[in-house]
Design a protein around this ligand. Structure first.
Ligand code: HEM
Length: 485
């Protein structure tokens, strides 16, 4: 019966929506004709960045789709991205919330999916001034140093045994521990399956996201699964917070300088109670792990694919740091080629290829077109990063294109915004950059790398697909390290 009611409602809705669409048609950006009920949902396969880039070639840099019932605007040029992320940022900075993320009312407390609101502003203030400030990150770098040493020790053992390493798995374990130690001084690698399952659940296609009526029954059970995972995660956070509070009561307590210490500090207590802290910790761990993991995996894949670039970066490291010396976070400023490699990796392989979806608070006019109130907005940074009108030889991995330029990833250059821009730019950017340069630099200065089974560089499969929440390499990268003595 429910199915029948659903189909009838959807047919009526489609007819009504088409009528309304025709009325405002001249003002909406162009786009492919939507089929009844499903609209243009067929583009949302596991490579939506590619399907949308193809559509942009036909309909232009601002286009309209109907994803089920959700009107969606897709942006595919730096000029249009600037309109969305800078000019009209204040009206286009809400989020469409995946149904899974309404678990535990996360949409009302989590910084990543709250609408612009006093609570969101407060959380962003805490992120900017306390958690991710240079001062705090300098103070917590000793926590990350220990994890980098563990990474080098582990790879040294594999080198002695001549064992191949799955780079994605190694990157995940290292990223999650770097992050969790920065956040609350605890190794979280034991819970890596939970974090992976969570991002896979939120990232899996959910009909309830496209047909809001289905939220009533959660037909694929995705929200129910996510409620289970969040319950488990919050239970772990509860233990960690309890232990921290107990330590703080003890005599001679010395703070670790981790993020939880800052959050629990007296001045934050009023605004951020335990529940809100748990939601923030959720966003830091789930938002920070896949993103840094897959960026590192892509950087290594590109370097093994391009041996001449691998030699150049190793030379820079040897000349600047010296073989056998550990890299410190403060060294990164003296390693322009290493920095260029990370930027080039993020250009070709932006981990969030459509950013996180924005939502229009009001009707907004962009380039003579209407972005209607409530519409969802994707910015296809993958397409912008590979546009021949924007980049010379766009498909070539060429870090030197960044040398001697001011082109950066901090949200000011709209041809390269892998972390987004404007009010909602990724708050974790400063930490992500420290983690990525430290992991990659340490793996390159201490080891030589070759592909398993004598595979040739040109044989590496560089195909990508969305997995969970992130754009990752389809085939795992298996490599054999040799310690440089
Ligand atoms: C938001 C990318 C690492 C926490 C975002 C957004 C992007 C992004 C594209 C949406 C921006 C927008 O809407 O304009 C990345 C990439 C990373 C990375 C490429 C690494 C390579 C991290 C890390 C953390 C983090 C390490 C935390 C430890 C967050 C949070 C948000 C966010 C909390 C939501 C902010 C908001 O909506 O106000 N990130 N991120 N990210 N990121 Fe990251």
């Amino acid at each position: 019966i429910f199915l029948l009611i659903f189909i009838v409602t959807q047919v009526f809705y489609s007819l009504f929506a088409t009528k309304m669409r025709n009325k405002t048609n001249s003002k909406l950006p162009p786009g492919p004709f939507p089929l009844p009920i499903v609209g243009n949902l067929f583009v949302m396969n596991n490579k939506p960045h590619k399907s949308l880039a193809k559509l942009a070639k036909i309909y232009g840099p601002i286009l309209t789709l109907k994803l089920g019932q959700v009107t969606t605007i897709v942006i595919s040029s730096p000029d249009m991205a600037k309109e969305i992320l800078q000019t009209h940022d204040s009206l286009l900075s809400d989020r469409t919330v995946p149904h899974a993320l309404t678990a535990f009312n996360h949409d009302q407390f989590g910084v990543g999916f709250l609408s612009l609101s006093p609570l969101w502003r407060e959380m962003r203030r805490v992120c900017k001034n306390q958690l991710f400030s240079n001062k705090s990150l300098d103070a917590s770098q000793y926590l990350r140093r220990g994890k980098i040493d563990e990474l080098i020790n582990y790879v040294s053992q594999c080198s002695l045994k001549g064992e191949a390493i799955d780079m994605g798995k190694l990157a995940f374990k290292t990223s999650i521990n770097l992050l969790s130690n920065t956040v609350f001084s605890v190794d979280f690698a034991n819970n890596k399956d939970l974090v992976m399952d969570m991002s896979e659940t939120v990232g899996s296609p959910n009909m309830a996201d496209f047909f809001p009526l289905l939220r009533l029954i959660d037909p694929q059970g995705i929200k129910r699964t996510y409620v289970f995972y969040v319950g488990k995660l919050f239970g772990i956070f509860d233990n960690i917070i309890d232990q921290k509070l107990k330590l703080r009561e003890g005599d001679g307590f010395v703070a670790n300088n981790d993020m939880l210490d800052s959050l629990l500090a007296e001045e934050n207590k009023k605004e951020l109670d335990r529940e809100k802290i748990q939601h923030l910790l959720h966003d830091l761990l789930v938002g920070g792990t896949d993103t840094t993991t897959y960026t590192l995996e892509w950087a290594m894949a590109e370097l093994l694919h391009n041996p001449n670039i691998m030699s150049k970066v190793k030379k820079e490291l040897e000349d600047t740091i010296g073989i056998g010396n550990p890299i410190e976070e403060s060294d990164v400023a003296r390693l322009p080629y290493l920095q260029a490699i990370i930027k080039e990796t993020l250009r070709l392989h932006p981990i969030a290829p459509l950013l996180l979806p924005r939502k229009a608070k009001e009707d907004v006019e962009v380039n003579g077109y209407l972005i209607p109130k409530g519409a969802q907005i994707f910015v296809n940074v993958w397409a912008i990063g590979r546009d021949p009108k924007v980049w010379d030889n766009p498909n070539l991995f060429s870090p030197k294109r960044f040398l001697g330029t001011k082109l950066d990833i901090k949200g000011q250059n709209f041809q390269l915004t892998p972390f987004g821009s404007g009010r909602r730019i990724c708050p974790g950017l400063p930490l992500a950059m420290r983690m990525l340069h430290m992991m990659l630099g340490s793996l390159l200065i201490s080891f030589d790398w070759k592909l398993e089974n004598d595979m040739k560089p040109e044989e590496i499969d560089m195909e990508d697909a969305i997995q969970g929440l992130a754009l990752r390499k389809c085939e795992s990268l298996r490599v054999i390290p040799t310690k440089i003595s």
